[in-house]
Write a protein that binds this ligand. Sequence first.
Ligand SMILES: Cc1ncc(COP(=O)(O)O)c(C=O)c1O
Length: 379
Amino acid sequence: MDFSHQFPSSERLHYLNHAAISPWPRASADAVQQFAEENALQGGLDYARWMGTEQRCRERYAALLNAAAEDIALVKNTSEGLSFIANGLSWQAGDNVVLPDCEFPSNWLAWDALRRHGVELRQVAIQSPQHVEQPEQALLDACDEHTRLLAVSAVQYRDGFRLDLGTLGRFCQQHDILFSVDAIQQLGMLPLDVQACHIDFVSADAHKWLLGPEGQAVFYCAPAQRPRLQPSQYGWKQYEEPFDFDRQHWQPSSTGKRYEPGSPNSLGICAADAALGVLLEVGMDEVARLAMANAELLRTRLAACAGVAVSTPALPRQRTAIVNFRPLQRSADEVYRHLLQQGIFCAQRGQGIRLSAHFYQRPERIAEAAELICAACKH
Ligand SMILES: Cc1ncc(COP(=O)(O)O)c(C=O)c1O
């Protein structure tokens, strides 16, 4: 299938940085242009339609997660979703939170802040050599009767390392441990089913694999946990009957809207909604198949290249559409700069370079990029 009409960047650049910020599909750019024009001509005259877009966006996020629209809150970013969890649960001194030791800062800073309540953080070295086969078990072994929450990224930001969420979720359910997933590196790249994986909370911004804008994110809270997760921000919009401004006694919404205190980011929602529409139209199974095929192509081409050490997770089931490599004859910094000049946009992470291609990119273009990378490493 040819997606170039939807992604004009794909023929201009070798865009291998979807794990950072993605180009928008044409549908999002068009929706935002129309929204800007409408705002200039008539402001919020048609506000009811904006609310319709907001609801559709909620429904689209819900479809991606196999959740109900009422389980979804439209929030600012991943960090805000994680902070809602940290600030909204009632913690006791002696509780602990278990998490991998290689998380993106947002997914440990939120839990680190709980030390003020006497909460212990247990950071597990899931990628150390002794846990190669069973990183999930290493996390579960760190849990005990005082563990309140297990917090993981579905896919690690540095190298695309993927955990088996089903195994973790089942254990959490059996042991009455809450399960929080930072899904920013998975949603839009691979399917995610909150019900099958027994996930209580999901936080993910739109600007990576979801192909949306920065500052518009999804926060999922399982219905069973909503009464337990108190809102920690307050405003008119999170209450039942938000437009009944004269009301004296307000009830927080029983839906995910209880985590949406004020006016929505209508502009961001407009862009995210259109991008979600594109992903859902292609279908997440097909998106995943194509993204993984592009990653495999990068992996095999680079592995055959003399000046390159490919360093992706050991087991195929732990791999995703993120591919890492280390140049052997030049510094990663030099190669990174050289690639930028060649129109290859990627990221420096850890000791090497991170490549993240998406589903819509043609394999021929991915192969071209791999050739340029090999050449850059040999210089
Ligand atoms: C795993 C992970 N979590 C969180 C973030 C940051 O999310 P946000 O800026 O939406 O708070 C990133 C960004 O790179 C990330 O890779």
